[in-house]
Design a protein around this ligand. Structure first.
Ligand code: SAH
Ligand code: DHB
Ligand code: MG
Length: 222
């Protein structure tokens, strides 16, 4: 269910505080033209990711789940000139559209888009980068979220921030009897996070143009 008031208020907040520009609107248009599902974060959520990356002072960012690169652009724009963002995408068509969007945004020199199933690429990233990421955004296939969280812990420096998208799923996350594998994945993620002494975590429910869902925020202890 998407309440029309959530949509109106999201539009109001976005008009007031989240200026769009050519690269962002062109990315969404290119995604739609290529037939990608509109699973991107909303503009207000993209700005939240951008602000969190700035607050974190992130110089190295990992994103799991690129789609058309909309969240990638918001996050990469928070990087300092020598900063780097690695983003992982399993679908060649998504990666192709994303690469063009990232180039149009003038971010190709800072964004390293890797094509393949994330669980196959993450071990290689550990070899290349070690425990050096300042921020991780987990937003790919939901059943693998617990696995992505475990890899993120290995790839993060102390004090890093891990953000996971879609952890509330219209409230279904609180239903222990859920048969939805996406929700089951999120429940396993909460269970793993709850037992993980290396992080301090919370989750926040959100409503807006993309419905009722939420983010988890986990700080790797310094
Ligand atoms: N972060 C994007 C939205 C990502 S949607 C944004 O907000 O703009 C989820 C993406 O994860 C899809 O493009 C999907 O193809 C990708 N994905 C699904 N399974 C994956 C896997 N195993 N490895 C990497 N990417 C995967
Ligand atoms: C789905 C994935 C997302 O990243 C999202 O924000 C919303 C829905 C999905 O796979 O259904
Ligand atoms: Mg998402």
């Amino acid at each position: 269910m998407i309440d029309q008031q959530w949509v109106s208020v999201d539009r109001y907040v976005t008009e007031q505080l989240v200026p769009q520009d050519e690269a962002l609107t062109a990315a969404l248009a290119a995604n739609a033209a290529a037939g990608l599902r509109a699973l991107d974060v909303t503009p207000a959520q993209g700005k939240l990711l951008h602000l969190l990356a700035l607050i974190q002072g992130a110089r190295t960012i990992l994103e799991i789940g690129t789609l058309g690169g909309y969240s990638t652009i918001w996050l990469a724009r928070a990087l300092p000139p020598a900063g780097r963002l690695v983003t992982l995408e399993a679908e060649p068509k998504h990666a192709h559209v994303a690469q063009a969007n990232i180039e149009r945004a003038g971010l190709a020199h800072q964004v390293d888009l890797r094509l393949g199933p994330a669980l196959e690429i993450l071990p290689q990233l550990l070899v290349e980068y070690g425990a050096s990421f300042d921020l991780v955004f987990i937003d790919a296939d939901k059943p693998n979220t617990p696995g992505y969280f475990k890899w993120s812990l290995q790839l993060c420096r102390p004090g890093a921030l891990i953000i996971a998208d879609n952890v509330i799923r219209n409230g279904a996350v609180a239903d222990p009897a859920t048969a939805d594998p996406n929700v089951q994945g999120m429940r396993r993620f909460f269970e793993v996070a709850s037992k993980e002494p290396r992080v301090s975590a919370t989750a926040i429910q959100t409503v807006g143009a993309k419905g009722y869902d939420g983010f988890a925020l986990l700080r790797v202890k310094p």
